[in-house]
Design a binder for this molecule. Structure first.
Ligand SMILES: O=C(O)CCC(=O)C(=O)O
Ligand SMILES: [Fe+2]
Length: 269
């Protein structure tokens, strides 16, 4: 990270990177997503299912999407934040439409299991064991809705008073609390957060456009959640992943560095 990125990520708990995808990357990923959206349930690649608002394991639908797990713009940041011990553990594709009328309430990692999810700084290095990269394929404009964050909340020390920020949770037209920021990425942008950051999702207002983005989640390679070590990708998904993605998704001990991490740029084979 540049000194400016480091300062802002530490201060606010998120980074908004603009124009990360090249026109070619954007075109290929948008086309792959459109194919998924148009597919009948029988036509979906094995291991991908429609659920909620999007596609579980959607990152594995096409190599253009899978390659984003190791994108040259985010890879150095993911490595840096996890102290060179990253493990990719989830990749859902979201298609957020006007049809869903309730907001996703503010939430963050660490509210229940406070001590397993960490954010901290030591020797000038930021560390977090819960990183999320949101890759956007459509534009978000102010007033559309979508992601809201509470900058700085990844360092909170007290429980958030209920209803402080959304006294009228069912009113989509209520003004946004001034402490909250509605992040408005454009197609090709990436937002990186530590999941320790308090965030939520406003109702998507446009009726003629949806919000399409990929959620790529990273932990440390030795992180175990409350349910212990689990294989997250079903075998039919694992089967079609490139060796580099499999290596990225692999567990490993705290004292070992993956070969992949030694590479500045990784190309899927
Ligand atoms: O829909 C969004 O922008 C955020 C979803 C979310 O809260 C998450 O993936 O952790
Ligand atoms: Fe979240």
């Amino acid at each position: 990270m540049t000194p400016k990125q480091k300062y802002l990520f530490d201060l606010r708990g998120y980074l908004h990177l603009e124009n990360v995808l090249s026109p070619e990357e954007l075109g290929n990923t948008q086309a792959a997503i459109e194919r998924l959206v148009q597919a009948t349930s029988d036509e979906l690649p094995p291991g991908i299912s429609r659920g909620g608002e999007g596609f579980s394991n959607g990152f594995s639908a096409d190599k253009s999407l899978e390659a984003l797990t190791l994108h040259p713009a985010t890879w150095p940041i993911i490595k840096e934040l996890t102290w060179n011990k990253p493990r990719f553990n989830r990749g859902s594709l979201v298609v957020n439409t006007h049809e869903r009328q309730e907001m996703t309430p503010l939430h963050c990692a660490g509210e229940g299991f406070r001590w397993t999810r960490r954010y901290g700084v030591r020797d000038d290095q930021i560390f977090t064991n819960d990183v999320v990269a949101f890759f956007y394929f459509t534009d978000v404009y102010p007033g559309d809705g979508g992601l809201v964050v509470l900058p700085g909340s990844h360092k909170r020390e007290f429980a958030r008073p209920e209803n402080l920020f959304f006294p009228e949770p069912d009113n989509p037209d209520a003004p946004l609390h001034p402490a909250l920021v509605n992040v408005t990425p454009k197609a090709g942008d990436v937002v990186i957060i530590t999941e320790l950051l308090t965030h939520g999702v406003l109702v998507w207002k446009p009726t003629d456009r949806d919000r399409r983005f990929l959620i790529l989640r990273y932990k440390t390679q030795f992180f175990q959640d409350e349910r212990g070590i689990r294989e997250v990708f079903p075998p039919e998904v694992m089967e079609r992943l490139s060796p580099e993605t499999k290596a990225l998704a692999a567990y490993g001990p705290e004292w070992e560095e993956k070969d992949l991490v030694k590479q500045d740029t990784v190309t899927l084979t």
